[in-house]
Write a new protein. Structure first.
Length: 567
């Protein structure tokens, strides 16, 4: 039984019953309005359909040619709804929105637009072919506007990019709402640019009158984009969908992950955290590149003697190796490098991390979950019941974790962990201040590695720095063990191959082996200053001396050495 527009077309003898029935079925199957189907097949002329519909339903006809694209309201109706229902918003008057349609009987489209905009919706009739062209022009114009506002988009590098959002093909309503081409492409391009530039973190930050995107490159934050503030919610929603977070929850922090395949053989993980701020959600993505854990110890920047001490400690069947330094100082890479060296089929290796940053095949990695009671101490106890050879604890935060780690190291296991202290000597006193007996510290800890990351000078543009010898002496270059006539200090310049004269980073290390003299000082309750003096007497370079040696070797600048090590 025909109804609506199809019935009117048959009554006007523009279609036969058979043609009308077939056309209705075909348009429903293709999920497009009947007028579009009839016009695309050449069955009827757009004008004939529009006149019949206007007369049948009393809907005013609209001449789209008389409208200016700049006069059409932007942002009122989601672009996905415009494409889905083939409608075009024309103008808004009060709480009423007038939209151009080719089929005024499509009440579902009008109701959905009313629901999404909160405005009463009125239909205006337009010829199907002209409406289609107007919709395409409107969507292209809006996409260009957003693209321009986002700083321009170059899709060349996005070809073949695969972002795993962890959702299936069915998706959900929330993910569909934010699946807008300009936003999607912008976010993908930001992520790809961050990877290419060697950034470690990406910051999406909303403010009252601005929105900015920053990369942390070589340890320094730099602004890379300023999207319009009205896109803040859409950018946050897109990132939350990609990270499998609750898109409707904006009141509390959330954590998630994104996996981006940039080639058939390489994938990058992003650890994502949202934070509700005064003017929206700040979102920070930490870039986790598995290849960074497989650089090899020679690429990290250890001096030859420091590398040998670390390798000797890794070769021991038991003991504790501690890596210390502030957040972002490269502790994780140092630990993973050691684990990669130890990762053989003969060893059982388990790690407890918060969270697991890089997945390493052959190593049993556990995500700490405080909410369900899976703490570092709980995981460590479980490890000891599973016949481990090597145990890595992400961080020693309390006495319980420290005591279990010490016990594991004393009973035939090699234990690797981190602490947040400023130097190697302070690490030993920190353990004792936690409540670990001095005897256990002195007999269990094998080595301590304190580290920082300094920006590496660009080899293409660095130039010699003219620094008087008296200044070099004041800075401490007399103590680095390199004669003054055998080294030259360089300074950054800047070129197209680097960022402000720097490209990449180099590790600065203080590697202290627990010698009998240092053990004696610990047993006697000595302080960090006494331990530091004993370490210096034993020939272990401090962080400051190591940084100055990197400057003398031309790897970094004196300014950078001062930035990372000078008090």
């Amino acid at each position: 039984m025909l109804s609506g527009l199809a019935r009117r077309l048959v009554r006007d003898q523009l279609l036969t019953d058979e043609q009308a029935i077939a056309a209705v079925a075909a348009s429903q199957k293709a999920k497009i309005p009947l007028p579009f189907h009839l016009v695309s097949n050449g069955t009827l002329k757009p004008r004939e359909i529009a006149v019949a519909a206007s007369d049948e339903f009393g809907t005013p006809m609209l001449d789209l040619a008389s409208l200016s694209k700049s006069s059409l309201p932007e942002g009122l109706v989601d672009t996905k709804l415009i494409s889905k229902h083939n409608i075009l918003p024309i103008f808004k008057r009060g709480n009423r929105l007038y939209v151009a349609v080719s089929d005024p009987t499509d009440l579902h489209a009008l109701d959905e637009i009313k629901f999404n905009t909160g405005l009463n919706t009125e239909a205006l009739l337009a010829e199907a072919d002209k409406l289609q062209k107007a919709i395409e022009a409107f969507l292209n114009a809006e996409e260009e506007t957003i693209g321009d506002a986002l700083g321009g988009l170059d899709d060349e590098d996005l070809d073949g990019l695969d972002v795993d959002t962890g959702t299936d093909d069915r998706g959900d309503d929330d993910s569909k709402d934010v699946d807008e081409a300009p936003i999607v492409r912008f976010v993908n391009k930001v992520l790809l640019d961050a990877i290419k530039s060697g950034a470690s973190d990406i910051h999406f930050e909303p403010y009252e009158k601005a929105y900015r995107v920053r990369f942390r490159q070589d340890g320094i934050l730099k602004e890379v984009a300023r999207p319009p503030t009205n896109l803040a919610i859409r950018l946050a929603a897109r990132l939350k969908v990609m990270s499998q977070m609750d898109i409707s929850e904006r009141r509390i922090p959330q954590d998630g992950r994104i996996k981006m395949k940039i080639s058939k053989t390489r994938a990058i993980d992003f650890r994502v955290n949202t934070l509700p701020t005064l003017f929206g959600e700040k979102i920070v993505l930490r870039i986790l590149d598995p290849s960074s854990a497989k650089l090899g110890i020679d690429a990290l920047g250890y001096e030859d003697t420091q590398k040998q001490i670390y390798m000797d400690a890794l070769a021991q069947p038991q003991g504790m190796i501690l890596v210390t330094g502030p957040t972002g100082s490269g502790k994780t890479v140092s630990l993973y490098t050691g684990l990669n060296i130890l990762n053989t089929v003969e060893r059982n290796i388990s790690t407890a991390e918060d969270p697991v940053e890089i997945n390493l095949e052959g190593i049993n990695q556990v995500n700490v979950n405080q909410k369900v009671g899976l703490t570092f101490a709980t995981a460590l106890r479980s490890f000891l019941r599973q016949d481990p050879d090597v145990v890595m604890v992400g961080e020693i935060r309390d006495l319980e974790t420290a005591e279990i780690g010490i016990k594991a190291a004393q009973t035939g296991h090699l234990v690797l962990s981190t602490l947040h202290t400023n130097s190697a000597p302070e690490t030993l006193t920190r353990l004792m201040n936690m409540g670990v007996p001095a005897f256990n510290v002195a007999t269990t800890v094998s080595i301590i590695i304190a580290q920082r990351l300094a920006r590496r000078l660009c080899t293409n543009c660095k130039k010699p720095a003219e620094i008087p010898d008296n200044i070099l002496k004041e800075e401490g270059f007399d103590d680095i063990g390199i004669p003054r006539n055998e080294f030259e200090i360089f300074q950054p310049v800047g070129c197209e191959m680097c960022s402000d004269g720097y490209k990449g980073r180099v590790g600065v290390y203080e590697v202290v082996q627990i010698t009998p003299e240092i053990s004696r000082i610990i047993m006697e309750g000595g302080n960090a200053i006494q331990i530091a003096d004993a370490a210096k007497a034993a020939g272990f370079n401090s962080l400051r001396i190591s940084a100055l040696r990197k400057a003398a070797q031309g790897l970094t600048s004196l300014e950078e050495a001062n930035r990372v090590t000078k008090d």
